[in-house]
Design a protein. Structure first.
Lengths: 364, 162, 348
């Protein structure tokens, strides 16, 4: 029969409509229908000046807003040829990695919720609260920051920020082991996720899947390592890859575990970035009036959900002519349809949780 | 055959492990704040309700120009040459009379761009976050105190025009 | 029930009533008394669950309603549910839709009449006590299927079918585990089972021999599945099927399902206490009853309930086929082996 996992559903991570053609409990086809959260981002920002576009980019992927802003800001800076100083670079990296941790905590917590374990959700959010407190004391907002500006940052961090941040990272790393003991190594969780939703490396490559979903299928590709930006080439971190420990490579467990391991790597990067922080002025390179030369530019960055790309066409005025966003979750939804054929309804939820979509980014 | 018993053993051990981890948390302190009685102290940079100290406003309309959602409505008129000169608190002479200065907090996206563009820093974001109202038009906050002399002000504030 | 009959003799002109009333009234009064007791216990259990889950998750749970740690929260929720609009969707099978909560409720509450809470605190000591309890467990399946079908909603149908498959599959290991206790006792009556365990903690079935020790855990796991608790809460898997078979129910009808779930939970715990933990008998090896029977009974029952709630909040849920695998391929062979072991011990 045709079952509609409608726009209002506790587990579809937003307003996604899945049309499931089922045969008993087995799913023959799962057709995603998107567009319920479309807010015309790309058309809207054609009427807003370049610095004013940053709050709009926040609202696309609201769980990882720092990274969305970073992608846009780096693209405009590439077009204008602005170089920022070391302090801005290090602070941008710290904020981006903190945001990556926060986003992966949401992914892990809500995934536990979907699978039926309600406790990791609360613990992940408790730790995420401290990260949001860091963001709030620095820029004033918890979720939608407008912190990365073209040419610099909105505010410098408060004195003592570095020390408190390192204290938090010291407290937080054992919590990840706690979470692993509770959820990731649990036999029932492994049974639910390890043989389910296999996205083979060939399928992932042919659909253009990126980010933790691609790395979960065994392919080691990370924009921070392969096309480094913002000084990532100087940082020492590993790129975790799904190894297929509990089943074929590319299962839900692999993708989930890649995210948990990436959290640990982000902690490493933050420690190195804090060590490299030099005093400086974060408003140094911010232009008075952002008027890029006419031209077009494409820049890609690694946001927590994959490879985020911004394509900006400028006609020389203060408002962009066209801003196109390549959203990582949009590409992975097509692979989802392939991966979910022949699974059970409970597995659909498991696969959807493991690819970690945010509808704001898919629909823009 | 052996994997059957191994699976059962592994299942029991990991479930007991998870239960032990959960049990430890039973005895840790909870992190809940009982909201109306216990409140979190907002950091000083917290971005919530906008406030404009209208005595310092020079009517430049930079805030309305920068706002991405066009939530600020400003209407100004030139002060006559015979009127006494007024200065803002940092000494800037105020040459325009601002007779309409409305901020629609329901449209505001709390980005803070307006506060950075204000030359006299009269527009600030305050940490006041408890201001729910029953009718959405009560979210339009009118800061202007002066009345226009030459222009007849419209009855209802219009959307941003500058 | 004898004491209630004696109490009723004190009412003037009681003896002049026709015989049928003198038979019925003690039954009705004692049933109502136990019903009230169970309702109170269920209300307490809901509050306890919320508190335990909150503290495991580093938060506080109900704090406000009634003053001290929100003890009146369940009462307030039940009142709220009473006041809600009674929605019966148009396309449902109305008779089945309205009957289903009551049948599920019935399956949970009717079994309390044979649970021995104390030496003479039992409504009726049926000589087929434990068989009666197992039989009533199957009644709630009918109610769940009715709810799933009558709701005219594909999600509810899935929930109902899954619940039926689950409950029926897990009744068998549960019943076989119960058999391991019946074989040494030789009688199905609950009072006889408790009396066979009197004399201290070493006589309790859980500690008497390794077969019944394992049978306790088999029964515990199987009974979790009977009452649809995590890790077996597929029928009401909130994140998958919205709310499973009770999606379309609101207000008091939903309250009935909810209360029935907790009553069922208390029931299987009471049965486990009676069969394996010695019921109301004392812990001390001499057998002297320092704490009165009913209180000790409830203490033991709440210890098991605490473990059930703790398990719910630590462990994810099993998928339907894994659940079936567990029942038929793991629990059932093990419980058969245990019965063989207990039988061998008995004839040795």
């Amino acid at each position: 029969m045709t079952l509609n996992m409608g726009p209002q559903h506790p587990s579809t991570h937003g307003v996604l409509r899945l049309e499931l053609k089922t045969d008993g409990e087995i799913v023959a086809d799962a057709i995603p229908h998107i567009g319920y959260l479309h807010r015309c981002f790309e058309k809207l920002v054609e009427n807003v000046e370049y610095p004013g576009v940053v709050p709009f980019t926040d609202r696309m992927d609201y769980c990882a807003a720092m990274n969305m802003e970073l992608g846009y800001v780096l693209t405009v800076e590439k077009l204008m040829g602005i170089h920022v100083n070391n302090r801005v670079r290090c602070l941008r990296i710290i904020m981006a990695e903190l945001d990556r941790i926060s986003s992966h905590l949401i992914a892990a917590g809500t995934y536990g919720n979907d699978i039926g374990s309600f406790t990791p959700f609360m613990w992940c959010f408790r730790d995420r609260e401290t990260i949001l407190d860091f963001f709030e004391e620095t820029c004033g907002a918890r979720l939608l920051y407008n912190y990365n500006w073209i040419g610099g940052l909105m505010f410098d961090v408060k004195p003592g920020f570095e020390k408190r941040l390192i204290e938090f990272i010291d407290y937080f790393e054992p919590q990840v082991d706690n979470l692993n003991k509770l959820l990731s190594d649990n036999f029932i969780f492994i049974r639910r996720t390890a043989n389910v939703g296999i996205i083979s490396p060939e399928l992932a490559k042919s659909y253009g899947v990126t980010g933790p979903n691609l790395r979960g299928s065994g392919i080691k590709f990370d924009v921070r390592k392969d096309e480094p930006y913002l000084g990532y080439e100087d940082f020492d971190f590993e790129v975790p890859v799904g190894l297929g420990e509990y089943g074929p490579v590319g299962s839900c467990w692999d993708r989930y575990m890649v995210r948990i391991r990436e959290v640990k790597e982000s902690c490493k990067i933050i420690r190195q970035a804090v060590a490299r922080l030099t005093p400086g002025d974060v408003h140094e390179s911010i232009p008075k009036r952002v008027k890029p030369p006419a031209g077009e530019v494409y820049m890609r960055t690694e946001c927590p959900r994959g490879e985020l790309g911004y394509y900006i066409v400028s006609d020389g005025s203060t408002k962009p002519y066209r801003v196109k966003v390549k959203s990582p979750c949009f590409t992975v939804m097509s692979a989802f349809r392939e991966a979910s054929r022949g699974t059970m309804i409970a597995d659909i939820i498991a696969i959807l949780g493991s690819i970690d979509i945010v509808l704001g980014e898919i629909d823009r | 055959m052996l994997s059957y018993f191994k699976d059962i053993g592994l299942g029991i051990i990991t479930v007991l492990n998870s239960m032990w981890v959960a049990c430890r948390h039973f005895f840790t302190r909870s992190v809940t704040l009982q909201y109306p009685t216990e409140k979190w102290t907002m950091p000083e940079r917290a971005r919530a309700k906008l406030f404009n100290k209208i005595e310092d406003c020079i009517g430049c309309s930079q805030c309305a120009r920068v706002c991405p959602t066009r939530c600020i409505t400003i209407k100004t008129e030139k002060r006559g040459k015979d009127e006494p000169e007024i200065l803002a608190s940092d000494g800037t002479p105020i040459k325009l009379r601002t007779y309409i200065y409305d901020i629609d907090m329901a449209l505001c996206c709390y980005c803070g761009l307006c506060t950075f563009s204000c030359p006299t820093h009269c527009l600030q974001m305050t940490p006041a976050y408890e201001y729910s109202v029953y009718a959405i038009k009560d979210h339009i906050y009118q800061f202007a105190k002066e009345k226009p002399l030459s222009v007849r002000a419209p009855a209802e504030p219009t959307t941003a025009s500058f | 029930m004898q004491s209630i009959a004696q109490l009723l003799q004190l009412i003037p002109k009681y003896d002049t009533l026709p015989e049928i009333w003198r038979l019925l009234i003690p039954i009705l009064v004692s049933c109502l008394l136990f019903f009230a007791l169970m309702a109170l216990a269920v209300l307490f259990l809901v509050w306890l669950e919320r508190k335990i889950s909150a503290h495991i998750q580093d938060r506080l749970g109900p704090m406000y309603v009634g003053g001290w740690h929100g003890w009146a929260q369940t009462l307030a929720d039940a009142l709220k549910l009473l006041l809600k609009e009674d929605i019966v969707p148009d396309a449902t099978d109305k008779l089945l839709f309205k009957m289903a909560p009551f049948i599920v409720f019935l399956g949970a509450f009717a079994a309390y009449v044979v649970i021995p809470f104390g030496v003479s605190s039992i409504v009726t000591d049926l000589n087929i006590g434990i068989l009666y309890v197992v039989a009533l467990g199957s009644l709630s399946v009918v109610g769940i299927i009715m709810a799933g079908w009558a709701s005219n909603n594909k999600y509810s149908l899935y929930g109902g079918m899954r619940a039926a498959a689950q409950i029926i599959s897990y009744e068998i290991p549960a019943a076989v585990a119960i058999m391991t206790v019946i074989i040494p006792v030789g009688s199905l009556s609950m009072v006889d089972i408790v009396n066979a365990q009197s004399g201290g903690i070493q006589n309790w079935f859980i500690f008497r021999n390794p077969f019944t020790f394992l049978a306790f855990f088999i029964y515990f796991i199987a009974s979790l599945a009977e009452v649809n608790r995590t890790p077996f809460d597929i029928p009401e898997a909130e994140s998958e099927l919205v709310a499973g078979f009770h999606t379309e129910y609101s207000g008091m009808r939903f309250a009935f399902f909810f209360l029935a779930e907790y009553a069922n939970m208390l029931l299987v715990t009471c049965v486990a206490t009676t069969l394996f933990l010695g019921g109301w008998t004392s812990v001390l090896p001499g057998g002297s009853q320092l704490i009165p029977g009913p209180i000790l009974f409830f203490l033991k029952a709440f210890a098991i309930i605490f473990v059930q709630m703790w398990l719910r909040w630590s462990v994810p849920r099993l998928r339907v086929d894994q659940l079936m695998y567990l029942s038929w391929k793991v629990l059932l062979p093990i419980s058969f082996a245990l019965v063989l072991g207990v039988g061998w011990l008995a004839v040795r």
